[in-house]
Design a protein. Structure first.
Length: 81
């Protein structure tokens, strides 16, 4: 299961890099993963300091930190197809 959590963390990182921000409720669906695995993967990214949570009156969203967004953009430019 740890392997699946790591793979899903990579999917979340990439999805956040592309979309910018996703609501917590939409996150599992956006990476096509079970909620349990998606939220554990999100915890992994949070522990590594790669994501930030954003709260408004009605929902919580998650996005990459500004530094991690720069890392994503660099990674993306090196992996263009």
């Amino acid at each position: 299961m740890i392997g699946q959590i790591g793979i899903t963390a990579g999917k979340i990182w990439e999805k956040l890099g592309e979309k910018g921000e996703i609501s917590l409720t939409q996150l599992p669906r956006s990476v096509k993963e079970k909620s349990q695995v998606a939220y554990q993967s999100l915890g992994w990214l949070a522990k590594e300091g790669k994501i930030q949570y954003n709260q408004n009156k009605t929902k919580t969203t998650v996005s990459l930190t500004p530094m991690e967004k720069k890392n994503f953009d660099l990674w993306k430019s090196q992996h263009k197809k």
